[in-house]
Write a protein that binds this ligand. Structure first.
Ligand code: T4K
Length: 389
């Protein structure tokens, strides 16, 4: 473990870094190589690569069982899954979303000429503030997309009450929340539908991949048509559609990784506990705590860098990157400050004070099963030493 007693021991000042190899946020969790190769051998023998193959169908059934949801429609990635869900729900005009999210949430609307309207977040949870959502409703609003940021459920009941009161459709971007719960029920069961991402950087991955899960059979059928160009049978197109299909290789990775899901969660939970105990003693670093009553995948280690810390958030980023700890500033500076939204709404920040404040402070640290051994403790020891300079 690197010992830091003075600023000369820091890599930014020319000393060797704490880690020889970069530690990434989003290093993929990998299941068994042998199990995956077994699936790949079957794919080679079967010569069935995509278009609703047996592994994709098996993967969908496994997710339905795991989440306790009636329908899972697997897709090529989370962004296309969002686009298809939005279109299947016939959202139009304006849709309310948080700005403090990955850009895909906003782009999935803008891509289909629907206006994303940004509502502010609760600074304690980083999730949508229902009061702020209420303020953004106009006669053009057709829906709300809640995002379960960092895997913490957003205020589902409050958002549903607003949607019911105003006759809006509510769906969720659950890209971070696979394996999480809200009030004892799996995420995936709320709103009209929920969208999952299985991108390589998610704690559970299918290389690229995603899914829409819903308890509404009619909606699921519509999305199945939409992900396959609208084919209702051979030579028979009955709906406008796109290509949102998951491949057999992606499903093979998903089926492989499902077998190790508990190990991934356990590794994340252990890492989270190390960060939690160590950061509790450091002034100016605040770990976003997971709700101990809710099931979580613990996939993001989210820290706010406050004024009491001797370095600014960005100064800390430079210092840690030099040590090969590749922390990320997710989701700074907020969608409203990114192209094209910053030119559409140059004054949006006036209504998004918490988004701007949290965005300026937030830093996401590496975790996952790649952080085995005492790597977490080394990161925390380094932070403790820095805090004393
Ligand atoms: N909604 C929300 C709320 C989301 O967060 C996302 C995606 C979506 C929707 C859309 O779902 P998808 O269409 O992606 O399924 C990453 C991911 O690309 C993105 O999936 C994710 N959210 C977002 C939060 O993070 P970047 O730009 O940070 O990726 P990148 O390439 O910088 O990778 C992050 C780190 O992971 C790097 O340090 C390298 C490491 N890495 C990455 C890959 C791909 C690896 O070690 N191995 C790898 O294979 O966006």
């Amino acid at each position: 473990m690197k010992i830091v007693t003075s600023i000369d021991d820091l890599a930014v000042n020319g000393a060797p870094p704490a880690f020889d190899e970069p530690l990434h946020v989003g290093r993929p969790n990998m299941g068994s190589r042998e199990v995956f190769i077994g699936y790949v051998n079957d794919i080679f023998d079967r010569k069935w690569l995509t278009n609703n193959g047996p592994l994709v169908r098996g993967f969908e059934r496994r997710l339905e069982d795991f989440l306790g949801v009636k329908h899972c429609v697997a897709m090529c990635n989370g962004t296309v899954a969002l686009e298809i869900a939005i279109r299947a729900l016939e959202l139009t005009g304006e849709v309310i979303i948080p700005s403090f999210t990955f850009i895909a949430t906003a782009h999935a609307l803008q891509w289909q000429e629907i206006t994303p309207v940004f509502a502010d977040i609760d600074p304690h949870t980083h999730n949508l503030d229902p009061h702020a959502v209420r303020r953004m409703i106009t006669p053009k609003t057709s829906g709300i997309i809640g995002v379960h940021l960092w895997g913490r459920a957003c205020p589902v009941d409050e958002l549903q009450a607003i949607a019911d009161e105003y006759g809006l459709k509510l769906m969720f971007d659950a890209a971070h929340a696979f394996g999480c719960t809200y009030r004892g029920r799996s995420i995936g069961n709320f709103g009209e539908c929920e969208v999952l991402s299985f991108h390589a950087t998610k704690f559970f991955n299918t290389t690229e991949g995603g899914a829409v899960v819903t308890n509404n059979g009619e909606l699921a059928d519509k999305m199945r048509l939409m992900r396959n160009f609208g084919f209702g049978g051979m030579d028979n197109v009955i709906y406008p559609g796109t290509n949102g299909k998951m491949t057999e290789m992606a499903a093979a990775m998903g089926l492989t990784n499902l077998e190790d899901l508990n190990r991934f969660v356990e590794a994340n939970r252990r890492n989270y506990q190390v960060y939690r105990e160590s950061l509790a003693n450091i002034d100016g670093l605040k770990l976003l705590e997971y709700d101990s009553k809710a099931g979580s995948n613990y996939q993001y280690i989210v820290v706010e860098v406050g004024d009491q810390f001797p370095l600014s958030r960005d100064g800390l980023v430079d210092l840690l990157h030099a040590e090969n700890i590749l922390v990320r500033r997710y989701f700074w500076p907020g969608c409203h400050n990114m192209f094209p939204y910053r030119s559409y709404y140059p004054h949006a920040g006036l209504l998004l004070p918490h988004t701007d404040e949290v965005g300026r402070r937030v830093l996401v640290f590496p975790t996952g099963d790649a952080l085995e051994g005492d790597r977490c403790s080394t990161i925390c020891a380094l932070l403790t030493n820095i805090s004393r300079f």
